[in-house]
Write a protein that binds this ligand. Structure first.
Ligand SMILES: *Cc1c(COP(=O)(O)O)cnc(C)c1O
Length: 416
């Protein structure tokens, strides 16, 4: 459920006309709805009521400062995967003591910065990283709070690029050897064991992989308890899917209802790390049709957004809904188009074989583009990255100005 809807054939973001936003700020343009972000965050927070819990929004889904600020104001925690994301969270008013630091390749500098900032917990993904965090913490006269991110070896049944919980993925510590590593960690003077984490993938549409993973994690938690190592929290990760096409995503309430019984009688705090499910349909990408080409065999609508603005279609073969911002009945014939960008790559497409009644200069909205949209944008082909706007009721704020040529060449130098 989101707050992008049609009124008299024209798309609105909450109470603001998307057409007006495009006229004011140009295209390509990301538009976010504050109310949708709040709705989705609360869906998780409310669903876990009755359990001590913390909803840690996965920053990499959408890391615009205003998005983070919106969630920080609602009391969110944050799941980060880099020092840069930690800086963003702090700048946006997020609390360090509500931050968990995931990621397979944390550098020593990032570890030090996280320790200085006083983050809540490191999700440790390998033995060498555990050793590095231990040494770094001791040199700073601190103890680092950690959880091991275990790899429960379950199939999340999602696209291979966003599946992370199988044994042959690079993520986490093999659950079979995690017990040994916990025993080692317990003897490290720079380490304090806080909990256990797992995250098995993204865009999950079934609850069973979550339950399988949790069962394996809980079995390990009991073995560790027998060995005298008690968990203060269990981080069940993120990964709930959203609807792009005809998927039937799991509602946070249903997901919570399924996992809650497993925590009965366990005095632990529950953490979760949703990204896509909070930000996904809180955003659209608005683009203008530059021109139409082709004929009977194949028709292309060339638009001003490209794979550098939104890489999901070409990277994950993702289907994203594309709709005209203004539904114009007259003078428009429905034809089948490939919606493609201006970039010099055959892979530069946003949608294929779409039946649309469109013409040059029309505005299109790519829906459910709020997660893994702007954050994965690049400057390929020297294209400035898009502007971003946040709508709140009938108010709008430009939360990121469109990049300029000077932005593109900042830091570059000509030879003497
Ligand atoms: C990406 C990521 C998430 C968020 O995944 P979503 O599918 O966006 O919910 C959560 N935890 C970790 C460790 C991640 O890498």
């Amino acid at each position: 459920m989101d707050y992008f809807e049609f009124r008299n054939g024209e798309m609105y973001a909450e109470d603001v006309s998307v057409l007006r936003l495009a006229e004011r700020h140009g295209t390509p343009l990301y538009v976010y709805s504050r109310a949708t972000l709040e709705r989705h965050f609360r869906a998780f927070d409310d669903a876990l009521a009755g359990l001590e819990h913390m909803v840690c929004y996965a920053v990499k889904a959408n890391s615009n400062l205003a998005v983070l600020q919106t969630l920080a104001r609602l009391g969110a925690g944050f799941d980060i995967v880099s020092g840069g994301e930690l800086q963003r969270v702090l700048k946006a008013g997020g609390r360090a003591d509500r931050v968990v630091f995931s990621g397979v390749g944390k550098s020593e500098d990032e570890i030090r910065f996280a320790l200085e900032s006083g983050i809540y917990c490191f999700n440790v993904e390998s033995e060498y990283e555990l050793e590095l965090i231990d040494v770094t913490a001791r040199l700073m006269g601190k103890r680092a709070s950690i959880a091991l991110r275990v790899n429960p070896d379950v199939d999340a049944k999602t696209h291979p690029y966003i599946s992370t919980g199988l044994k042959n993925n690079k993520f986490g510590v093999d659950i079979a050897t995690a017990e040994q590593l916990y025993l080692r960690a317990a003897r490290m003077s720079g380490i304090e064991i806080l909990g256990i984490a797992s995250h098995i993938g993204s865009q999950l549409l079934e609850v069973s992989p979550f339950l399988d993973a949790l069962d394996r994690v809980l079995a390990l938690v009991r073995r560790l308890a027998d060995a005298g190592i008690t968990m203060r929290h269990i981080d069940v990760g993120g990964g709930l899917g959203v609807r792009y096409h005809d998927e039937k995503p799991i509602a946070p309430a249903d997901w919570a209802a399924a996992i809650k019984p497993k925590f009965e009688g366990l005095p632990v705090r529950v953490l979760t790390e949703p990204g896509r499910a909070i930000a996904g349909n809180a955003g659209i990408l608005v683009t203008r049709v530059l021109g139409i080409k082709g004929g009977e065999d194949k028709r292309f609508a060339i638009v001003d957004a490209a794979m550098n603005d939104l890489i999901r279609p070409t990277l994950y073969q993702a289907w994203m809904d594309i709709v005209p911002v203004v539904q114009q009945g007259e003078g428009r014939e429905t034809q089948t188009y490939d919606i493609v960008g201006p970039i010099c790559e055959t892979g530069d497409w946003i949608g294929k074989d779409r039946a649309l009644a469109i013409a040059t200069d029309d505005l299109l909205a790519v829906r459910t583009a709020g997660a893994y949209g702007f954050t994965m944008a690049s400057n390929y082909n020297s294209r400035p990255r898009a502007a971003e706007v946040m709508v709140d009721g009938d108010a709008e704020t430009l939360i990121r100005a469109r990049e300029t040529f000077d932005d593109l060449v900042r830091g570059e130098t000509l030879l003497p």
